[in-house]
Design a protein around this ligand. Structure first.
Ligand code: CP
Length: 272
């Protein structure tokens, strides 16, 4: 809570009693969906968790009509995750309820980026001058896209690494060993098999050996560097399970910070 207050500028927190949030997730989620739910309860709001499978989407109602319905119901904020990049573009100007993007396809994941920045700032004070590597399935990762842009804007030198097949132009690609050995922050990414049209052609063990963090390559990391991962994790693929809770890991802290950041975002949008 203290951290949340600090993030909100230190003003006395009044709560959002009487407001109602609706969490509308068209893709699976544990961290984002439930940390929004925890955040909503901590700030005193009502919360609805929309269930796609028991909704009128099953009677062929469209995405647009579903969102328009919640707009008409008088909910105060919609938290939406959808597989379509920029799903929100068709809604702009047509609904009056604020939308928080909880992840759009391979596009962006803004609140993940905010919690990642908070975690890094708690560690190093600022992102300015830090070297940060984002490693793994870059092209399918909304976290990579948002973090690359925002962390660069905050003054970090941001690199990407991992399989060439998943790399992207103009994202400072370096080889894996260089990435882990020069970085203050190493952000490992999940291999997003559900978004792949063809297999990479390596086993999980081979992936871990070439592009994953493991006890053999951990020694190349800088002494005070930290490991992050947005989750969910494919244990023993992009990171070995035995590294998940070592001193360098901030993975659980990221999840904790997710609640504070989402409380702050709700407050920023809704407090009168
Ligand atoms: N980091 C993240 O978005 O995790 P979930 O998919 O579990 O929400």
């Amino acid at each position: 809570m203290e951290e949340s207050l600090k993030f909100c500028g230190g003003r006395k927190y009044k709560g959002l009693a009487g407001k109602i949030a609706c969490n509308i997730f068209f893709e699976p989620s544990t961290r984002t969906q439930y940390s929004f739910l925890v955040a909503q309860q901590k700030v005193g709001m009502g919360a609805i968790d929309f269930d796609v499978d028991s909704s009128s989407l099953q009677k062929n109602e469209s995405f647009y009509d579903t969102i328009k319905t919640f707009d008409s119901l008088g909910t105060d904020v919609l938290i939406i995750r959808h597989s379509k990049n920029e799903y929100y573009k068709n809604l702009i100007g047509k609904i009056s309820t604020p939308i928080i993007n909880a992840g759009d396809g391979t596009g962006n994941h803004p609140t993940q980026s905010l919690l990642d920045i908070l975690t890094i700032e708690q560690e190093f004070g600022s992102l300015k001058g830090l070297e940060i590597s984002i490693i793994g399935d870059i092209s399918h990762s909304r976290v990579a896209h948002t973090n690359f842009e925002i962390m660069s804007r905050f003054g970090a030198k941001v690199f990407t690494s991992g399989p060439k097949e998943y790399s992207e132009r103009n994202m400072n690609f370096v080889n894996f060993k260089e990435a882990i050995s020069r970085s203050d922050v190493v952000i490992m990414l999940r291999v997003q098999r559900e978004r792949h049209s063809s297999r990479l052609g390596v086993t999980d063990e081979e992936y871990n050996e070439k592009y994953g963090l493991n006890s053999r390559n951990l020694k190349f990391m800088k002494k005070d560097s930290i490991i992050m991962h947005p989750g969910p994790v494919n244990r023993n693929v992009e990171i070995s399970g035995d590294l998940m809770e070592i001193d360098k890991s901030r993975i659980s802290k990221q999840v904790r910070n997710g609640v504070f950041v989402r409380m702050a975002v709700l407050k920023y949008i809704l407090e009168e």
